[in-house]
Design a protein around this ligand. Structure first.
Ligand code: 13P
Length: 251
């Protein structure tokens, strides 16, 4: 299966010039990488300026709204994203859930519209520290997956990517143990299999995200069976990000 390395720049960098610099350096660094789909998800306002995405370097957005058009001040339609050459949309990120009160129903509406528009949602799920301590990880993940995918047909789900991002691992430097990520990976495949059948479970990419760097990235592929990673902080450091990509590419 194709491997994915997805950069979530979040609300960084603070100037367009710096965004272009990071983007162009990354583009140069991945020029000869053929076996990995590298996706850059910059702030919305940078998308139009980074359109020269070519080859294996693709553009993604960090969010979008669940309506195509209309009076929704401050929101971004998936149609606008499509027009800008965007292929992927991160949805349900824990920062959106926690800070912007996005619940499973809202995320479900977004996933449905993004799939309908033939964009590829990177659907983020993950338990927080408290839920992990209470051993509720699987219960939380199951609810997030099933509610997020309510009403999504088997035909449409083929463009879906799932990203397991435990909230406690995001930006904390405490990356998830690969054995734990492997258990979650198997669990998620089981849920997808029960809902959509074995074939879909086998072909749906499952990614890991949370404090990924060039030192810890490989076990997520080799031990946890993930087919990709979602990288936050380390994706803004071009040297480190390219090192992550080359490490995975050579493995
Ligand atoms: P960090 O890599 O900074 O922990 O962020 C992960 C993340 O939230 C990616 O979406």
């Amino acid at each position: 299966m194709k491997k994915f390395i997805i950069a979530n720049w979040k609300m960084n960098p603070q100037t367009l010039a710096e965004a272009k610099r990071i983007f162009n350096a990354t583009k140069l660094g991945v020029k000869n990488i053929r076996n990995i789909e590298v996706v850059i998800c910059p702030p919305f306002v940078c998308l139009d300026n980074l359109q020269q995405a070519t080859g294996n370097l693709k553009l993604g957005a960090q969010n979008c709204f669940f309506e195509e058009k209309g009076a929704f001040t401050g929101e971004i339609s998936p149609l606008i994203l499509k027009d800008l050459g965007v292929e992927y949309v991160i949805l349900g990120h824990s920062e959106r859930r926690r800070i912007f009160n996005e619940d499973d129903e809202i995320i479900n509406k977004k996933i449905k519209l993004v799939l309908k528009e033939k964009l590829k949602p990177i659907f983020c799920i993950g338990e927080n520290q408290k839920q992990k301590n209470q051993e509720k990880t699987f219960e939380v993940l199951k609810k997030q997956v099933l509610k997020g995918l309510t009403g999504v047909s088997r035909k449409l789900v083929k463009n879906l990517i799932i990203a397991y991002e435990p909230v406690w691992a995001i930006g904390s430097g405490k990356s998830c143990q690969s054995s734990y990520a492997q258990t979650v990976n198997i669990f998620l495949k089981k849920i997808i299999s029960q809902k959509y059948g074995r074939k879909t479970a086998q072909t749906t990419p499952i990614l890991y995200g949370g404090s990924v760097n060039s030192e810890n990235v490989l076990p997520y592929f080799q031990e946890a069976g993930m087919v990709g990673v979602l990288v936050g902080g380390a994706s803004l450091n071009t040297k480190e990000f390219i090192k992550i990509i080359k490490t995975v590419s050579k493995a």
